[in-house]
Design a protein around this ligand. Structure first.
Ligand SMILES: [Zn+2]
Length: 178
């Protein structure tokens, strides 16, 4: 189900999300999102990877969200609010990672919070970065990456999928060409 709200990623949030997903591949990366939230628009200015997370494949450490101490102090310093979190779903063996939320993911989402899920898999071919209703996707080196956004509504606790937009990502292929 698609809402009308869109999630915008700044260039630094986008880079931080994809680089931390690549860095720990084939483990999961986790982190917090900071930015600005209004009725129709969620803008992620910063994505802060949680370096101390125990990195194992698939949902074995569901408490990582509560251990992010940095999110208590950082929003005050930069005058931004905590929007929610991001994490990756890497390929495991032949099983490709998807952007679908797991039951664990759903349980740990708080109302009014955004969750960015990054599906990261071995790339079969090089593809340009594009935005679609299923997410923002493209390749980085030998990785195929799709970024999807979810939001847990306050009014009914329902989790909805929002479009993820990043103007910077569309020019990303050019930025990284030698
Ligand atoms: Zn997950």
């Amino acid at each position: 189900m698609l809402g009308t709200t869109e999630i915008f990623l700044s260039d630094r949030a986008f880079l931080s999300i994809i680089l931390s997903s690549v860095e720990v591949y084939k483990n999961e990366c986790h982190g917090a999102l900071l930015g600005i939230q209004s009725q129709r628009r969620i803008i992620a200015e910063y994505a802060i990877p949680f370096q101390a997370a125990e990195r194992k494949f698939s949902e074995v450490t569901p408490n990582w969200r509560r251990e992010l101490k940095v999110i208590e102090v950082l929003p005050k310093l930069v005058h931004l609010q905590k929007l929610g979190y991001f994490h990756s779903h890497p390929q495991f063996g032949n099983k490709r990672g998807t952007t679908e939320l797991s039951e664990f993911d759903k349980d740990f989402m708080q109302e009014g919070e955004t969750e960015i899920v990054v599906a990261i898999n071995d790339a079969r071919k090089t593809l340009p970065w594009t935005e679609s209703k299923t997410g923002l996707s493209g390749t980085l080196g030998k990785y195929r990456i799709t970024i999807a956004g979810f939001y847990k509504r306050k009014k009914d606790g329902k989790i909805v999928r929002y479009r993820v937009l990043c103007p910077y990502a569309v020019g990303f292929d050019y930025a990284f060409k030698r």
